[in-house]
Design a protein around this ligand. Structure first.
Ligand code: V55
Ligand code: FE
Length: 485
């Protein structure tokens, strides 16, 4: 590497490139890791391996960098490793950045034309004896769960032919069946959607293709026992803009958000499009069916959230403007002409949710997430500037009342997405732990905290001290040593 990383917000403060692949055996613990916790917390996020070819990059363009925290018998070991993508291999061979703007292949160095561009930086999900490292612009990579070694690009042995695959699949806890989809499924900016399911061994059980109302981003999905839901975000792709070297997504404030609903196992003719006024549907908490109605819980932001994807006038969300309405949508599946009905459960600026994985697609009570609490102090003098928005609170939300049991992480600490680990396979819903990385910004270091999910306001039961900082990750999952299905 012969050029330094730029000093731009993507590459500053605790989010400077880290790039260190290694392991720490038996981390230092303050407090006590509950004896019953037995599993691995996998997480992934962007960590650009080479200075961006275009001078700067948005934070979604960094190479996928994984962490595994293995917890057993009150101890925790840690390992970090890159997803060894075709892209990273090509750049390592050249010892420089070769890929241009986020999701714009027209801006790449011609020597990598046709090389798989995905950086697999968004989620790490267990499926069929492997960990899938995922990003929605390409197929997943198969990762060895023990060594974090990258095995191969994963297309389910040729069963999955879309050019991309979501980073947010959902797994039915009763059967282990794995549901996912692709948008821009025939190449960047195409309006094709494909939905797939695979059994727990990876055998394809369903595939359906149809057209999207507009070539927008579909970042998430939800399943109930009867349906799959894909929320379409008014962030639109355009092949002509890409050809001109432009940005991949443009916010369009005139477009509806659209909840695309398909019965599980259904055909293209069964797909329904539920339109709602312009807004930004966020990450799914859960969904379930009850009496012919389909319910979907998720935070909905009232404006564009991504400050690096402006609208056609160049307008971006104002710093600090991030807010959401945690919403329960009701879709009447018996009435062909029904409109979706929202109920706002909470006005907390809460995001990056998980539910108890044993309740995915079923009536449930608790969501676990992080939030920005604007009433709490942030000591910028000690902790430094933050990029875009940030989170300072971890919480359990009672989805029946919208009430939160929350823990403020402190005025120099920012939080990352927490996961939920049940106390045991048979413990009641929500009885267990909320586990997440927090960034001690003043110390340029991170910790892993473990909280009792039913007593969040009491603070961590264990703080696992990391000797390093972990840049802001995107998503992760708790994978119990004894499989759930
Ligand atoms: C998101 C994240 C991505 C991406 C597209 O959080 C959407 C949403 C980390 O990469 O490529
Ligand atoms: Fe996501």
């Amino acid at each position: 590497m012969t050029t330094p990383f730029p000093k731009t917000p993507t590459f500053m403060t605790i989010d400077e490139p880290f790039r260190f692949e290694g392991s720490v055996f038996d981390l230092e613990v303050e407090g006590r890791i509950p004896d019953s916790l037995d599993g691995t917390f996998y997480r992934v996020g962007p960590d650009q391996a080479f200075p961006p070819m275009m001078g700067d990059a948005n934070p979604f363009n960094g190479d996928g960098f994984m962490t595994a925290f293995r917890i057993q018998g009150g101890h925790c070991d840690m390992q970090t490793r890159y997803v060894m993508t075709h892209r990273l291999k090509a750049e390592r061979a050249a010892r420089r950045g070769l890929f241009g703007h986020y999701r714009n292949p027209f801006t790449d160095d011609p020597i990598v034309k046709g090389v798989q561009r995905t950086v697999s930086n968004t989620n790490v999900v267990p499926h069929a004896g492997q960990i899938l490292a995922m990003k929605e612009d390409g197929p997943p990579y198969s990762i060895d769960p023990v060594t974090l070694e990258t095995r191969q690009l994963w297309d389910w042995n040729g069963q999955m032919t879309a050019t991309s695959f979501t980073a947010h699949p959902k797994i039915d806890p009763a059967t282990g069946e794995f549901f996912g989809y692709a948008y821009a499924a025939k190449g960047e900016a195409t309006d094709d959607i494909a939905i797939y399911s695979f059994d727990k061994h990876g055998k394809k059980t369903w595939e359906v293709w149809f057209k999207s109302p507009y070539p927008g981003m579909i970042h998430e999905c939800a399943i109930s026992e009867g349906y799959i839901i894909l929320p379409l975000i008014p962030h639109v792709m355009d092949i002509e803009r890409l050809k001109k070297g432009g940005i991949a997504f443009q916010w369009d404030g005139s477009l509806d958000q659209i909840y695309i609903v398909c019965p599980r196992g259904g055909e293209a003719k069964d797909v329904r499009f539920f339109r709602a006024p312009n807004a930004f549907p966020g990450h799914v908490i859960n969904a379930f069916d009850e009496g012919g109605k389909l319910y979907l819980d998720l935070p909905v932001a009232l404006d564009n959230v991504f400050w690096f994807f402006p609208d056609q006038h160049g307008k971006v969300p104002a710093p600090g403007s991030f807010g959401t309405e945690v919403t329960r949508w009701c879709f009447d599946m018996k009435d062909r002409n029904s409109k979706p009905v929202p109920v706002v459960l909470s006005r907390m600026a809460a995001e990056f949710p998980h539910c108890d994985d044993r309740y995915v697609g079923r009536p449930y009570r608790y969501g676990f997430m992080q939030a920005t609490d604007p009433t709490k102090p942030y000591n910028a003098e000690k902790a430094g500037p933050v990029m875009g928005f940030f989170f300072n609170t971890l919480l359990t939300m009672d989805m029946q009342t919208g009430k939160a049991d929350e823990w403020f992480a402190g005025d120099t600490t920012t939080t990352q997405e927490p996961v939920f680990a049940p106390k045991s396979a048979t413990s009641p819903e929500g009885e267990g732990y909320v586990i997440g990385v927090v960034n001690r910004r003043a110390e340029h270091r991170s910790d892993l905290v473990i909280l009792d999910a039913m007593r969040m306001s009491a603070g961590p039961v264990a703080t696992i001290k990391l000797p390093v900082r972990l840049k802001y990750g995107i998503h992760g999952n708790w994978v119990p040593t004894v499989p759930m299905y």
